[in-house]
Ligand binder design. Structure first.
Ligand code: NAI
Length: 209
């Protein structure tokens, strides 16, 4: 499947479909009409049909969607049918919080290592994973088929660390540092800024009718 022409807006909606379908599957629901899915998710049925048409449909006239099939197909589109090995760089509050969140593993994101440049943290265990010194990072990535690096360090060190990661042929960076990274286009970067979401919330408050 060529996903080059699929808009980022559609891709951004897929995880939400995936979550809802996962809940339906867990409740033993085998099929759902686009109208019922629409009511549940508060998205128009035509939006759902349009979104799924990007990937060849999935639905059958008069039957609706097969929940498990659709769930599995969206998982494949999102690459969730494969396991991804990841490392967390920065074993502070945020890095430890992410390492402690078990649900990533359920989705196939396996936390293989945690790194920090603070010697005092090295050897400490977070959910059974020992924090290692950042000097070990390059070797570890190469030896453990790491796909994803999670950057939970201050912005000062993040650009340099991203350069090191690029040199290790990392596939993707989940970047929490408040800085834009300068890495080759072949590396997928997803920037996460929780404060952006909070600012949108603030906008919602001040513009409430
Ligand atoms: P923290 O101070 O608790 O932890 C940062 C850790 O990174 C420390 O253990 C420190 O030793 C380590 N570190 C610093 N430079 C390093 C380097 N070059 N290589 C390896 N380790 C290094 O801070 P916290 O609360 O965990 O936040 C981490 C960063 O994430 C902060 O810069 C903060 O601004 C940012 N942040 C971003 C959020 C977002 O939504 N994008 C939300 C919260 C924090």
């Amino acid at each position: 499947m060529d996903d080059k022409n699929i808009s980022q807006a559609v891709i951004a909606r897929l995880p939400r479909y995936y979550r809802y379908l996962g809940d339906l599957k867990d409740k033993g629901i085998e099929r759902i009409s686009s109208q019922d899915l629409s009511k549940l998710m508060k998205v128009t049925a035509s939006q759902i049909r349009q979104d799924f048409n990007n990937f060849g449909g999935f639905g059958q006239q008069g039957y609706g969607y097969n929940v498990e099939y659709l769930y599995n197909e969206i998982a494949k589109i999102l690459g969730l049918n494969e396991k991804h090995n990841l490392v967390i760089i920065g074993a502070g509050n945020l890095g430890q919080a992410l390492a402690n969140y078990m649900n990533f593993e359920r989705r196939g994101f396996l936390i293989k290592g945690i790194f920090d440049n603070n010697q005092a943290l090295c050897g400490k265990e977070v959910r059974g994973i020992r924090v290692q010194h950042i000097d070990q990072l390059e070797h570890f990535i190469k030896e453990n088929a790491i796909d994803i690096a999670v950057l939970t360090i201050p912005k000062d060190g993040a650009v340099k660390t991203a350069e090191i990661l690029a040199g290790c042929d990392i596939k993707a960076i989940w970047n929490f540092a408040h800085v834009d990274l300068n890495v080759p286009e072949s590396i997928v970067v997803e920037n996460v800024h929780l404060s952006d979401s909070l600012m949108k919330l603030s906008y919602g408050i001040v513009n409430k009718k």
